[in-house]
Design a protein around this ligand. Structure first.
Ligand code: GDP
Ligand code: MG
Length: 247
């Protein structure tokens, strides 16, 4: 029996292989988002719907272009799609070889019953029908023993690698940077804005210290072009103390 392979070289093309609901995107999220090419994302980019099967050809075309560009730069790349068809895998291996980047098959062998159960938590447009999930699962099992023969440099079973710490470290680094603990400026006052609205709103946000609108209270303002939303916010404890001592 072969010892378990858990090697993931850097760079590599990591080809996730698993049925819908097996946890591919969850595993993929342990790598930085720029490294992950998710077929559903490309479907959404060409059609506005991640579950739009009719858009698959266009999505694959767009994904292939990004894949080539990344591998030409020898960038770590994670391919998040079911990849249960041999022809799809053969194309990925050939692409990586053209650029001299090693390939890893990362097999996610979650039981079929769990993959099916997980479809119930999805919105109808994203839920994959049970027979399709079962067929993908069977194809994953069928493919498993032949993966080294297909040309993958490493065949790794997801259960055997440790990615949770890598994910937590990255998340924690982002938090530290937000708080300024990494020596940078951090987000300061804007941390609250980010928590409340998310990072998208940060660049459009500013505090206005006194406002006639709010009787002198501090006002948060979100501005985009000619559009503007402002709202008074609760005074800080110092502000309360100052106004109390004034009265
Ligand atoms: P995909 O269709 O293969 O991309 O599957 P997802 O990554 O979207 O996972 C489907 C569901 O299973 C999501 O709700 C995940 O949160 C959940 N899930 C996936 N992997 C795990 C895991 O290892 N542990 C737990 N607790 N939930 C998981
Ligand atoms: Mg997914």
């Amino acid at each position: 029996m072969q010892p378990l392979d858990t090697t993931i070289p850097e760079p590599a093309l990591i080809v996730l292989i698993g049925a819908a609901g097996s946890g591919k995107s969850t595993w993929a999220s342990t790598w930085p988002t720029t490294q992950v090419l998710e077929l559903d994302n490309f479907r959404a980019m060409v059609s506005d719907e991640a579950g739009c099967q009719e858009a698959t050809d266009d999505a694959v075309f767009a994904l292939q272009a990004v894949l080539e560009a990344r591998l030409a730069r020898r960038k770590m790349t994670v391919l998040d799609a079911t990849n249960t068809e041999a022809a799809v895998r053969a194309n990925l291996i050939a692409t990586a070889r053209r650029h001299g980047v090693p390939t890893v098959a990362l097999v996610i062998s979650t039981p079929a019953s769990v993959c099916v159960e997980r479809q119930a938590d999805r919105t109808p447009d994203r839920a994959v029908p049970e027979p399709v999930v079962l067929a993908q699962h069977a194809a994953m099992l069928d493919a498993f023993s032949g993966l080294p023969g297909e040309g993958f440099d490493h065949v790794v079973i997801a259960e055997n690698i440790h990615r949770l710490e890598a994910l937590l470290q990255r998340v924690s680094d982002a938090r530290r940077a937000d708080l300024g603990w990494d020596g940078g400026e951090g987000l300061g006052d804007l941390l609250l804005v980010r928590r409340y609205f998310g990072p998208e709103i940060l660049p459009m946000w500013r505090w206005r210290d006194t406002s006639q609108l709010a009787g002198g209270d501090r006002v948060g303002e979100i501005r985009l072009g000619a559009d503007r939303l402002s709202s008074p916010c609760a005074p800080t404890s110092t502000e309360r103390a100052t106004s109390a001592s004034r009265s």
